[in-house]
Design a protein around this ligand. Structure first.
Ligand code: ATP
Length: 370
């Protein structure tokens, strides 16, 4: 049975720094929630508060229906009483213990029977495809293998909740890809509610069922990867997620269905707004033609960057620069005349001053977290 996690109004300060600022969120049973944001935004601190490794200055944490922390009621259960499994960046395997000993240590403390311990260790090693490594010491394995053992140890422990802090950041790019698939599969098999910390947007987008984007301790958006990517709640989220970066085009509302971007005007739902706005469009949503098309705007190809599977094209028109992305190797040459068009369904409109979403491409405002 999976467990939910409920965080209410959680705050953690370090001197003058508010590392976690009144965060409220719910992690649904069995879901994979990623805390995502730039360095110093408070992801690790929030995870450590969940684990019981930090004492918050305010708020409440429930794991299932168990109140594990309440500032008001003076409750703070130690990590061992929260039924959690932790995997951190440095694998934290005991160097003087073999794989088998590393895996069984916590289960012995839990006073599981010898037969049960054997079964769990065997199953977990098979899960991470490390059967046969029982007698090795950590120093006799690669970084990736050590990380698999750390995951197997967590699986064997069978906690209700998995907490992982950048578990892949020490691995090389190829192995990181493999381990993403591995962790996603393990989550699928175990069904355990998981909270995962990363500053890597690709990791967050590929593995999560929900993403919580944080900035300076404040939750910016809590949503599915699909919605965080396509309908960011504010300019910070829009700019943080996506590679190449989203195009953010400054403009002024010009009537009910038009934004004046200076060098051209773009048609979209403006929801009766007025004043200065930013239009956001993802590079892959910009449509390019090498011939004039009705409604398209002529640009010049300033740069073309083919990268095998796709090509990035930097298009210029007066002071406006737009990045577009097309599948495969592009036949466009530098300085070619090209025509760009935009599907209103792919455009999001933001208020320039507050940075908040006014209208999303699907016609709805994104739900703000908190
Ligand atoms: P990173 O990705 O770099 O690990 P993060 O998003 O996990 O960053 P935290 O480590 O949670 O961020 O830190 C949030 C803020 O709290 C930062 O400003 C950090 O300097 C501060 N901080 C974290 N731990 C402590 C501590 N023990 N003492 C003082 N300040 C701390």
């Amino acid at each position: 049975m999976s467990t939910s996690i409920t965080i209410r109004n959680l705050t953690k300060r370090f001197g003058g720094v508010v590392a976690v600022n009144h965060v409220t969120l719910t992690v649904e049973p069995g879901s994979f929630l990623t805390l995502l944001g730039p360095s110093g935004c408070g992801k690790t601190t929030l995870l450590r508060c969940l684990a019981g490794l930090e004492d918050p200055d305010g708020g409440e944490i429930f794991i299932g229906d168990k109140l594990v922390f309440s500032h008001e009621r003076g409750i703070s259960l130690p990590p061992g009483k929260r039924d959690l499994g932790l995997v951190f960046q440095n694998y934290a395997l005991w160097p003087h213990m073999t794989v088998r000993q590393n895996m069984t240590f916590a289960l012995e403390i839990q006073k599981q029977t010898r037969a049960e311990i054997e079964v769990r260790a065997k199953e977990a090693l098979a899960e991470v495809q490390m059967t046969g490594y029982e007698d090795r010491y950590p120093r006799e394995m690669s970084g990736g293998q050590q990380q698999r053992i750390a995951l197997a140890r967590m699986l064997a422990y069978r906690p209700k909740v998995f907490l992982m802090d950048e578990p892949l950041s020490n691995l090389d790019a190829r192995l990181r890809m493999d381990m993403r698939a591995e962790i996603k599969h393990l989550h699928h098999v175990s069904g355990a509610t998981t909270v995962y910390v990363t500053h890597d947007q690709v990791e967050a987008l590929t593995m999560s069922s929900q993403i919580a984007v944080m900035r300076e301790g404040v939750l910016q958006q809590l949503d599915t990867p699909e919605r965080v990517y396509h309908y960011p709640a504010n300019l910070f989220v829009a700019d943080f997620i996506g590679n190449p970066k989203v195009n953010l085009l400054e403009g002024v509302i010009d009537g009910e269905h038009r934004v004046d971007l200076g060098s051209f005007k773009i048609s979209m739902d403006t929801r009766n707004s007025t004043g200065n706005v930013i239009v956001a469009v993802r590079p892959e949503d910009v449509m390019i033609s090498t011939m004039p098309v009705p409604g398209a705007v002529d640009f010049t190809a300033y740069s073309v960057l083919p990268a095998g599977a796709d090509s990035t094209i930097i298009a210029q028109r007066q002071e406006t620069e737009i990045t577009a992305r097309v599948m495969g190797i592009s036949t466009i040459n530098l300085d070619d005349k090209i025509w760009l068009s935009f599907d209103p369904k792919t455009l999001n409109l933001y208020d320039k001053e507050s940075g908040n979403l006014i209208v999303s491409g699907d016609g709805a405002n994104t739900v703000m977290a908190g």
